[in-house]
Design a protein around this ligand. Structure first.
Ligand code: 13P
Length: 297
């Protein structure tokens, strides 16, 4: 059943688990995420990032997600990840997503920080439009990035978070607690104390971006402390790369054999990609179990 992401995350918070939010960029990643949800009976959030626009038309991905959602037997949301402008959010709303993120922490270039007042203004604008359609909204406050143990600079401020949520009426809030997109240098430090303060300051589920590489024990603790949605992208890419590299290696060996035996080479894209889908499904399923969402669908 298709739901707003906030409904799934709120239920998770209530029952002590978090919804995994997984990024899809093509048919294989999307099928893997849906397959893992079914296998694990886990509610989940399928995400499409704004930057995917540079790779493919989001209309195609959203159409595919709708078809898969119709067949799904677990609760799920189709979510825009890191929408940077009001206009892009509107574009995705038209494609039938049930949840959107407006990332007002950064300017539309995705790099330059945006001030608090501007973040409030753009988030508020999106909330008004999305709520009119029954779509939930995630916003971001603070600047995501890996931090040294004990450091507090750059982390989301609890007082500001409370003011932000009250002014914008947003449903989910992505916070800076030491996680970062992509792989970490060494073991990441997660600011659990700050997370607890944030959870006490705001009444909505908090979102952990940069979920790849966060140790399982930190993930479980963070879920206990107030995280209701965890974003995973890089880990799916790693599973894809590793499986594809193995398949390309095997294909090259078969070509060499065919050449030496005077046979013709056989090219089959499906043979390369099917194992990537299996590997990504296993990766997503593993995260769903660690987030405590398995069996809740
Ligand atoms: P990772 O790529 O580090 O898993 O982060 C995903 C994310 O936060 C997407 O918004």
């Amino acid at each position: 059943m298709l739901l707003p992401a906030a409904d799934i995350a709120r239920r998770g918070r209530h029952e002590g688990w978090a919804a995994g939010a997984f990024n899809a960029v093509n048919m294989e990643t999307m099928q893997a995420i849906f397959a893992a949800g079914e296998e694990e009976r886990a509610p989940f959030i399928l995400q499409i990032t704004q930057t995917t626009i540079n790779y493919t038309n989001p209309e195609e991905l959203c159409a595919m997600a709708q078809v898969l959602a119709r067949r799904a037997t677990v609760p799920l949301a189709i979510h825009l990840d890191h929408g940077r402008t009001f206009e892009v959010v509107m574009q995705f709303l038209r494609l039938g997503v049930t949840s959107v993120m407006i990332d007002g922490s950064l300017q539309p270039d995705g790099k330059t920080p945006r001030g608090f007042a501007e973040n409030v203004a753009v988030t508020r604008e999106v909330v008004k439009a999305a709520h009119a359609l029954g779509v939930s909204v995630e916003a971001e406050l603070g600047l995501l990035g890996q931090v040294e143990a004990g450091a507090t600079q750059g982390l989301t401020d609890p007082g500001q978070a409370a003011e932000f949520v009250e002014k914008t009426e947003v449903d989910l809030l992505a916070v800076s607690i030491g996680t970062a997109h992509g792989l970490y240098k060494g073991k990441p430090y997660i600011a659990h104390e700050r997370l607890r303060e944030l959870a006490a300051a705001v009444p909505i589920p908090l979102v952990m971006h940069g979920g790849t590489g966060v140790p399982d024990e930190d993930v479980r603790q963070a879920v206990h402390e107030g995280i209701g949605k965890i974003n995973i992208d890089t880990q799916i890419r790693v599973a894809f790369y590793d499986a594809l590299a193995e398949q390309v290696h095997q294909a090259e060996q078969e070509f060499t054999r065919a050449d030496s035996e005077g046979l013709v080479r056989k090219y089959d894209i499906r043979k390369l990609l099917a194992p990537t889908r299996t590997a990504m499904t296993a990766t997503v399923a593993d995260r769903m179990r660690v987030f405590g969402a398995a069996g809740k669908g």
